[in-house]
Design a protein around this ligand. Structure first.
Ligand code: FMN
Length: 331
C-alpha cells in the first residue's frame, strides 16, 4: 500500500488530486460526487464580481426605465451583491456539510477594493481556504506593466490581512517576467500559487461573422507549459505550487509531482471522461509508485525539478535548433 496523502496550503489532503474550479464544483451535489470519486479536495466554481456588475447594470437600466433615479444605486449595490454572496455562502455551507475533504472557495474580482469584502464573507461561510482567481487582460494600454503587476501584490496583501484561512493565488502565464513574478508572489504570504489558469479565448465564425467560444476544454498537449514552470520554480518559491492545465491522466499527474507540485488540479479531463476518471488517475499513480518502489509522495516529489536536474539547461531550451531542422525533421 502506498501513501498518497499530502499537505497543501497547510491542509491535510488524502491525495494530491484536486477537482479544480469549474461548473462541476458549482453545487453541493457535484462536490459530493467528486469526493465519492476520490478527489483529495475541491475548489468551488468562482464567484465572479464581473457577473454581479453586469447584472447590476441590467438592474440599473430597468430602474431607469421605471423612472427610478441613480440615488437608488447604493440600495441595488447592497441588495444584489448581498444576494450573490449569500448564494455562494450557501454553496460553501452545503458543500462543507456534504463532504469531509477540504473545500476551497474561489473569487474572481475585477475591482481591487472588492476583494477583501468578498474574502471575509467566504471565510465566515466556512471555506477551508480561498483561491484568488486573478487576471487582468492587459488591454488597457495606458497602464504600464509595473502598475498592472502591482495590482496583484496589493490585492494579495489586502486579502491576507483580512482573513486567517490559507490563501492561494491562481495566475496566468501572461507576465512580462514570469519567473521573477512567481517568486515575488510566493514571498507575499500566500500559501500556494496555482500554475496556471486557462482562459476562454474567442474564435471567429467566418460565415456568420460572429465571435464564438473555442477550445473550452484543454487537451493533454497543453501540459508542458505548466510542467515546465512547476519544474523551474518548485525549489525556488516560498509557498506550495499546484499544477493546473492539461493534466488528463495518471501519467501527467506523476509528471507534475516529479516536477515538484504539492497538488494537481483537474477540470477538463473530468468533463471529457467523467468524475470516475479521478479513481483511474489515482490508480495509475499508485501503480507507478509501486513499480518504482516509492511508498509516499515525498520519496519522489520534485525529483525532476530543474534544481535537482543534472542538465538544468534543458528546462530553458526554447529553440528547436538542429532537432527539427529540415522538412524531414518532423514525422
Ligand atoms: C467549464 C469550465 C469552467 C471553469 N470555471 C472556472 C472558474 O469559475 N474559476 C476558475 O478559477 N477556473 C475555472 N475554470 C478553469 C479550470 O479551473 C482550470 O484552471 C483550467 O480549465 C485548466 O485546467 P484543465 O486543463 O484541467 O481543464 C473552468 C474551466 C472549465 C473547463
Amino acid at each position: 500500500m502506498v501513501d498518497l496523502s499530502t499537505k497543501y496550503m497547510g491542509l491535510s489532503l488524502k491525495n494530491p488530486l484536486i477537482a479544480g474550479s469549474s461548473g462541476l464544483t458549482g453545487s453541493a451535489k457535484g462536490v459530493k460526487d467528486l469526493e465519492e470519486s476520490g478527489a483529495g479536495a475541491v475548489v468551488l466554481k468562482s464567484v465572479f464580481e464581473e457577473e454581479i456588475v453586469y447584472e447590476m447594470d441590467d438592474v440599473l437600466k430597468e430602474a431607469a426605465s421605471q423612472g427610478l433615479n441613480m440615488d437608488q444605486f447604493d440600495y441595488y449595490d447592497y441588495e444584489l451583491k448581498g444576494k450573490k454572496l449569500d448564494q455562494y455562502a450557501a454553496l460553501i455551507k452545503e458543500s462543507k456539510q456534504a463532504v469531509s475533504i477540504p473545500v476551497m472557495a474561489s473569487i474572481n474580482c475585477t475591482y481591487s477594493h472588492e476583494w477583501t469584502y468578498y474574502a471575509k464573507s467566504l471565510e465566515a461561510a466556512g471555506a477551508d481556504g480561498l483561491e484568488l482567481n486573478m487576471f487582468f487582460l492587459p488591454t488597457d494600454l495606458s497602464r504600464d506593466p509595473e502598475e498592472m503587476e502591482r495590482a496583484y501584490f496589493e490585492i494579495v496583501d489586502k486579502v491576507r490581512k483580512e482573513v486567517s484561512i490559507p490563501v492561494a493565488l491562481k495566475i496566468s502565464y501572461y507576465f512580462s517576467c514570469l519567473g521573477s513574478m512567481i517568486q515575488k508572489l510566493s514571498k507575499r504570504g500566500v500559501s500556494a500559487l496555482v500554475l496556471f489558469n486557462r482562459f476562454y479565448s474567442p474564435d471567429f465564425d467566418i460565415e456568420k461573422l460572429q465571435v464564438v467560444p473555442t477550445n473550452v476544454l484543454s487537451t493533454p498537449g497543453e501540459l508542458p507549459i505548466s510542467l515546465r514552470w512547476i519544474a523551474l520554480m518548485s525549489q525556488k518559491v516560498d509557498c506550495d505550487l499546484a499544477a493546473s492545465t492539461g493534466v488528463h491522466d495518471g501519467k501527467a499527474l506523476v509528471k507534475q509531482l516529479l516536477a515538484g507540485a504539492k497538488a494537481v488540479q483537474v477540470a477538463s479531463t473530468l468533463y471529457r471522461n467523467g468524475k470516475g476518471h479521478i479513481g483511474t488517475m489515482l490508480s495509475e499513480l499508485e501503480a507507478w509508485m509501486n513499480r518504482h518502489g516509492y511508498g509516499k509522495l515525498d520519496d519522489f516529489r520534485g525529483k525532476m525539478s530543474q534544481q535537482k536536474s543534472e542538465n538544468p539547461a534543458v528546462y530553458e531550451r526554447v529553440q528547436f535548433m538542429k532537432y527539427f531542422g529540415g522538412e524531414k525533421g518532423v514525422s
